[in-house]
Write a protein that binds this ligand. Structure first.
Ligand code: HEC
Length: 135
């Protein structure tokens, strides 16, 4: 009886050891190929919007607010009602419309085509979609 128990325990331990050994190698094998793209993606995402974030803070936050939730602001003596970029109409307007709005301006919104490159404006639109609207 005791011997049988012992043997069973030894067997179980033995199984665990083998299982651990196998899964151990498996995990290392699986991790290695997937680790590099995952790391690349993780570093690519914050970098992708780094410039857009800075551009937004520098050029847009004064009116649209740091969180882009809009509201009433007074800029250079003018009282403006600025729309949120996170909700409402901004969710339904197309990327093309955004690009045009930012490049050429609108009633109260200044044009940025002389300040920002087309690439920077495209980045800002993607930044608004991905980071602010979380689309
Ligand atoms: C002087 C204030 C001001 C600044 C600076 C400003 N905006 Fe605007 N923005 C507005 C106002 C006001 C509107 C609403 C349309 C209008 O009245 O011109 C608007 C509209 C928009 C819209 C359209 C929203 C919609 O509902 O479709 C987008 C997109 C936008 N702004 C992005 C930006 C970005 C990006 C920047 C920075 C590069 C920026 N704005 C800088 C005031 C500003």
């Amino acid at each position: 009886m005791n011997y049988a128990k012992f043997a069973a325990i030894i067997l179980v331990i033995g199984c665990f050891a083998t299982a651990c050994g196998t899964s151990g190698t498996l995990t290392t094998n699986q991790n290695q190929p997937s680790a590099s793209p995952a790391t690349a993606a993780a570093t690519a995402t914050p970098d992708e919007f780094a410039r857009a974030r800075t551009n937004f803070a520098k050029n847009c936050a004064v009116c649209h607010g740091e969180k882009a939730d809009g509201g009433r602001v007074e800029v250079e003596g003018r009282k403006l009602k600025v729309p949120s970029l996170r909700e409402g109409h901004a969710l339904h307007h197309t990327d093309e419309k955004f690009v045009k709005q930012i490049s050429e301006g609108d009633d109260e919104m200044p044009a940025f085509k002389d300040k920002l490159s087309a690439e920077e404006i495209n980045e800002l639109v993607r930044f608004i979609r991905n980071e602010l609207q979380e689309k």
